[in-house]
Ligand binder design. Sequence first.
Ligand code: NAI
Length: 484
Amino acid sequence: MTYDFLVIGSGPGGYVAAIRAAQLGLATALVEKNERFGGTCLNIGCIPSKALLDSSELYARLRGSGGSGGHGPDIRSHGIKVGRLELDLEAMMARKQQVVEKLTSGVGRLLEANGVDTFQGTGRLLGQGAVEVVPEKGSKQTLNSKSIILATGSVPATLPIFPVGEEGFLTSTEALSLTSVPSRLAVIGAGAIGLELGSVWSRLGAEVTVIELLDQILPGMDSEISRRLRSILGRQGLEIVTGTRVLGYEKAGKAKGGILLAAEAKDGKKLEFPADLVLVAVGRKPYTDGLGLAELGVKTEENSGRVPVDERFQTSLAGVYAIGDLIRAPMLAHKAEEEAIAVAELLAGKAGEVNYGTIPSVVYTWPELASVGKSEEALRQEGVQYNKGTFPFRANGRALAMASEDGLVKILADKGSDRLLGVHIVGPWASDLIAEAVAVMEFGGSAEDIARTVHSHPTLTEALREAALDAEGRAIHILSRKTG
Ligand code: NAI
C-alpha cells in the first residue's frame, strides 16, 4: 500500500499531524520507535514535569515553606493546621507515571479511532517516498508514501565539560525520576527546564543553586517580568546566580556533596558550588540521528542541527517535510501542534499557516510566568512607540483570597493604533490567563478591546483588564500613572 502521509515521530507534532491528515481523508501512517506514543512531551517532558510540579507545590504549601513568596504564606494563615507531614516520593513518582500512561495510551486510541496505521520501529528515509522501519523485534519493512513528515523532536544539549549520563550528572530525563531527594542540587542553565525542575526539588527539600551564564534568568523574556520572577523564586529559597560560567568540576569528599563545581563570575571572581547532583539544562538540539538525512542530501544547519524548511514545511528534498523541534522557532509543544495542523492541511490542498507572532511561552514555576508577543526591550530596540499598562496581583480580589498575590500583568500596546504588541504575566495561573491575550492578538485586537470586555468578578482575569485600562491611564483599582 502507498500512503499519502507518513509521519516519523509521535510527539505533539507527529501525532497531531497524523490525526489531522486522517481527518482530511489522507491515507496516513505513523512510525514511532518507542513503546509508547507521545514523544518527549508526554513521556519525559511537559506532562511528567507538570505532574511533579503540582505534587511538589502541594507539599510545599502544606509544609508552609516558601516564605511570603510564590507558594503563598504558611498554610496556617488559611486556618489549616497540619500534623506530621511526610513525603512519599515513590508514590509521587508512581502518580506521575500514571498520568503519563493515561495520556500516552489515550493518544494510541485516538490514532486508531482516526484510522491511522501505526508502526513500531525506527524510521529511516530510503529516498523520496520510501521509509524503512526497523522494529526492536522482528524484521524490517519498507513503507511508501507520497509525503513524508519528519517530527522526531529534540534531545537535551550537553556541555563537553560534563559527563552527562555518568553518576551525579543528569539531564531533565533523569531529574524527573530521582528515587531520593538530593541534599544539594546544582542546575546549570536558568531556562524553563532549570527553573521548573529546580523548583520541584527545592520544594521537596533539596538545596538548589541555579547557575546561569547570561545576566538574567529566562534570557529573551521581558526583563522586568524575569526580574520579578527571580526575586520571588529567591524568596522561596532557590539560589540563583547569573552572569557565571561553570568551568569544570572535581570529585569532592562526601562533606562537599561529592561534586565541586568551579565557576567564574563576569568580574573574574572565582566561585565554587558543592553539589551531590548536577542537572545540565542548557537547551535542546534537534534529533535527527539515524534518519538518513545526510545520505539523501537533506540539508541541516551546521551549528544548530536544525532542518531548514520552506513556508510549506518542505525540506531541501521534495516530498519530505519537517515540523516541531527539528525546525526554526522555539522548541514548544504547542508550536509543533500548530505546524502539524498546518502541514496536514497544506498537503490536503487547504490553506494552512502558523502565526509565529502569537506563540505564548509559559514557565510553570509558582507563580507562573507567561508571555506572548514582544518584550519591552524588543520594542525599544525596534524603535516602536508603545503604551504600557501594569497591574499588580496584590490589588486583585481573587489573588488575595487565594493568598497568591505575588506578581503582575504587563500590557504593551502600539502608541498610535493601540494594537496589542505584547503581554507578560508573572502570577497565579498565568499559563491560563495568557490565552485571552493570545486570542486578542490573533484577531489583531487592541488594549481597548480587553479594557471594554466584561471580565467575571472576582477572577484573576480582571488583572488583565486593569492592566489594559492602565495602558490608557484609567485603571480603577490602582492609581494609574496618567489620568484621562
Ligand atoms: P533554554 O534554552 O530555555 O535555557 C537554557 C539556559 O541555559 C539559557 O538561559 C542559557 O543562557 C543557559 N546556558 C547555556 N549555556 C550555559 C552554560 N554553559 N552555563 C550556564 N548556563 C548556560 O533550555 P532548557 O531550559 O534546557 O529547555 C530546553 C527547551 O525545552 C527550550 O526550548 C524550552 O523552551 C523547552 N521547554 C519548555 C518548557 C515550557 O514551555 N514550560 C519547559 C521545559 C522545556
